[in-house]
Design a protein around this ligand. Structure first.
Ligand code: ADP
Ligand code: MG
Length: 245
């Protein structure tokens, strides 16, 4: 999924809604949430507490996340081939083994460009978005800069759905959605066009940090995977209901 719109358009709030929904609809062993927050000094994802399998904020660590996911993709593809299965669903039905669904959720994706890692990130993203969703590894990219330099044609073609908030003009709408229209959305925070084949105008539900912490307070911590120790730091600061970091 691509989430695009101007600063303060509502992108991070939508990500928070999506993350909360994913956590409420999957058990801790059934989901791997990888947070990549490229906004400097951002606390947005940390507010969730120890739900992250991995949480990173540097382009170099983002490259590790991508490479680890590609490695996992290849492993999954290999297992499917060995079992003679064409899809994850078929594999899971045949073997009774379920792959955890992995979600790589990136806020301010555009900011990873301009770093020395940008080529590695772009190439890796291409590979990942080409095969990932079919093997249970999903990518959600939020960015203010959805131009071709940041989201190249191949990545773009692989992103199955787009959420576009109100933009300044028809040209920007065309870059994001392929046509004009998002510039005429009413000036209501959280109002956006959701495009996944068909298009719908939607209102993103607002979720405060307090609410998401209350909803997730009884959740078991995720198991850290990438060995960067990040999640442990977060766990040590784990939240009490209503507490603000
Ligand atoms: N769906 C929404 N409903 C109500 N207010 C919202 C909504 N989305 C965003 N806002 C308001 O706009 C502010 C900026 O939203 P944010 O998601 O941080 O923007 P972005 O990440 O696109 O810069 C939020 O702090 C909130 O006050
Ligand atoms: Mg934001």
């Amino acid at each position: 999924m691509l989430i695009a719109g101007p600063t303060r358009g509502g992108k991070t709030v939508l990500l928070k809604s999506i993350i909360t929904t994913l956590l409420l609809s999957h058990s801790a062993t059934d989901i791997e949430l990888i947070g990549v927050d490229m906004k400097p000094q951002s606390l947005a994802f940390r507010k969730f507490g120890p739900v992250w399998t991995s949480l990173v904020d540097r382009p170099e660590a983002f490259v590790d996340v991508i490479q680890d996911a590609i490695f996992e993709l290849e492993k999954r593809a290999d297992k499917l081939a060995k079992a003679g299965c064409e899809s994850v669903q078929e594999y899971e039905e045949t073997t009774g083994h379920r792959f955890p669904r992995r979600f790589i959720i990136v806020d301010e994706y555009g900011r990873s460009f301009g770093s020395p890692c940008e080529d590695e990130i772009a190439t890796g993203m291409m590979q990942l978005t080409a095969m990932g969703a079919g093997l249970g590894i999903h990518v959600i990219l939020a960015t203010q800069r959805p131009d071709a330099e940041i989201i190249n044609g191949k990545i773009r073609a692989n992103l199955e759905s787009v959420v576009c908030f109100r933009v300044a003009n028809g040209v920007q709408s065309r870059v994001i959605l392929g046509h004009e229209g998002a510039e005429t959305l009413p000036k209501i925070r959280g109002r956006a066009i959701y495009s996944a084949g068909d298009e719908t105008v939607l209102q993103v539900p607002y979720i405060s940090d307090k609410t998401l912490q209350r909803l997730l307070s009884s959740r078991r911590p995720a198991r850290g995977k990438h060995g960067n120790g990040e999640w442990k730091t977060i766990q040590a600061r784990s939240l009490r209901v209503g507490e603000d970091l």
